[in-house]
Design a protein around this ligand. Structure first.
Ligand code: FMN
Length: 418
């Protein structure tokens, strides 16, 4: 067993894995995964909302087994979470997206592949023994998106997740200040002055790269700077790694787009709308033919000061009344108790974004497997102590599982590691 694998095996929390990821991956890359919009109020709020939630515990119970399986938009999951779409996972680890889908399949759940990913969707679908979902951005415009949808159908993706909260990209200031786009470019085609400037910028990265040579070697072993291979132009050429903010602003989705997207995807497989903040949009999504909705503030990366997703869930779910939608949520889920609390609001499954980045970044397959094991044993413990035996029971007991906190201030709350 390598030293790294040993460290991973000793991780007891997803925060331990996050710290290993930060040791292995240079800040110019890891900051992309960590950061949130503006002052990061919502990013912290997502985590705090879970930390502030309390549960009850029914005693003198002993269960021989638990049933943590769930069903979402016609998919059976063995665990009540799935991998949320996270762009550029391949920057963390060679073939990162394929590894994520492999681990998701091994745990009986799905990985959602981001449009802004660097691993061909065919390899990602093939890596999983189960199903995969594809998350759609309209980068490159309608024709490009239609090509992506066709390719996803052909590769066997079983649900389409349409993200609606990225009309423009949020300002993730700390990462922007690192000027990643300016240092990652090639020397090719530059004049002498520009070439020297670029060489200097690259040289300035040495202090963060030298202690992280294993990441540097993995990066070059995997072909260096990734391209967006799941966004192909009319000549079949992948979109080069470019400013994502510019791409998103040029490709904002509107409710009208849902019509042609739904038509292209077909009625036989579910369409899920992600980035929903209010019952109004959830109803609209249902009217437009969605079978599922993901309450999400994009992990605090878009509009800062929108409420934590857990608060959106607690406020908006009761307003949904009569609906056929299946509900998911993401944002701030870091452990099994968080999963239990989210499910208690009637959520069918939660998405994990940065926990996935923590696992993949700490050590690819071994790292993400450990993240899933930690989440699973957390949830197992929490369910046994709280006294619920299945996801159905969590749904049925709902508010009875939760307790109002009478603690004031935040002195009792743990530090936010990520
Ligand atoms: C680094 C990073 C990249 C992301 N990329 C995408 C993306 O390409 N498409 C998308 O719909 N959501 C994207 N998201 C949002 C996640 O799907 C999810 O909403 C969020 O990570 C949940 O919060 P959590 O990180 O606290 O789990 C991204 C999130 C992160 C952290």
């Amino acid at each position: 067993m390598s030293q790294r694998d040993k460290q991973i095996s000793e991780c007891l929390t997803t925060a331990d894995l996050w710290e290993l990821m930060m040791q292995r991956v240079p800040p110019i890359v890891s900051e992309y995964f960590r950061g949130g919009a503006d002052e990061e109020t919502t990013l912290r709020g997502n985590v705090r909302a879970f930390q502030q939630s309390m549960t009850t515990a029914y005693g003198a119970l002993s269960f021989s087994s638990l049933d943590i399986s769930t069903e979402v938009v016609g998919h059976s999951f063995d665990v009540p979470w799935y991998i949320a779409p996270v762009g550029s996972l391949r920057a963390l680890y060679p073939m990162g997206d394929a590894i994520a889908s492999q681990v998701a399949g091994e745990f009986g759940t799905v990985m959602t592949l981001s449009t802004l990913s660097g691993t061909p969707m065919e390899s990602v679908a093939e890596a999983s023994e189960g199903d995969c979902w594809f998350q759609l951005y309209l980068c490159g415009g309608r024709e490009t998106a239609l090509r992506g949808i066709e390719r996803a159908k052909k590769s066997g993706f079983t649900a389409l997740v349409l993200t609606i909260d990225t009309g423009v990209s949020g300002l993730r200031a700390l990462h922007a200040k690192m000027k990643p786009m300016q240092v990652t470019g090639p020397f090719r085609g530059l004049g002498l002055g520009e070439m020297l400037k670029l060489a200097f910028r690259k040289l300035m990265l040495a202090p963060q790269m030298l202690p992280r040579l294993s990441w540097v070697m993995d990066h070059f072993r995997d072909g260096g700077l990734m391209q967006f291979v799941n966004i192909l132009d009319e000549n079949g050429q992948p979109m080069p790694y470019a400013d994502i903010g510019v791409q998103l602003a040029a490709s904002a989705v509107t409710w009208d787009d849902l019509k042609w997207i739904k038509e292209a995807w077909g009625d036989d497989k579910p369409l899920i709308v992600k980035g929903v903040h209010c019952a109004y949009d959830a109803r609209k999504a249902e009217e437009m033919g969605a079978s599922g909705v993901i309450w999400s503030n994009h992990g605090g990366r878009q509009q800062d000061r929108v409420p934590p997703t857990l608060h959106i869930v607690s406020q908006e779910m009761p307003l949904m009344g009569d609906t056929q939608l299946d509900f998911m949520m993401d944002g701030g889920v870091r452990n099994g108790t968080d999963v239990l609390i989210a499910l208690s609001y009637g959520i069918k499954a939660v998405g994990i974004g940065r926990v996935t980045a923590a696992g993949i970044g700490a050590g690819g397959h071994v790292g993400l497997t450990r993240a899933f094991e930690i989440m699973k044993s957390d949830l197992d413990r929490a369910m046994r102590i709280v006294g619920v035996q299945s996801v159905t029971e969590i749904h049925d007991q709902g508010a009875d599982i939760r307790r109002e906190s009478q603690l004031h201030g935040d002195g009792h709350l743990p530090a936010i590691v990520f």
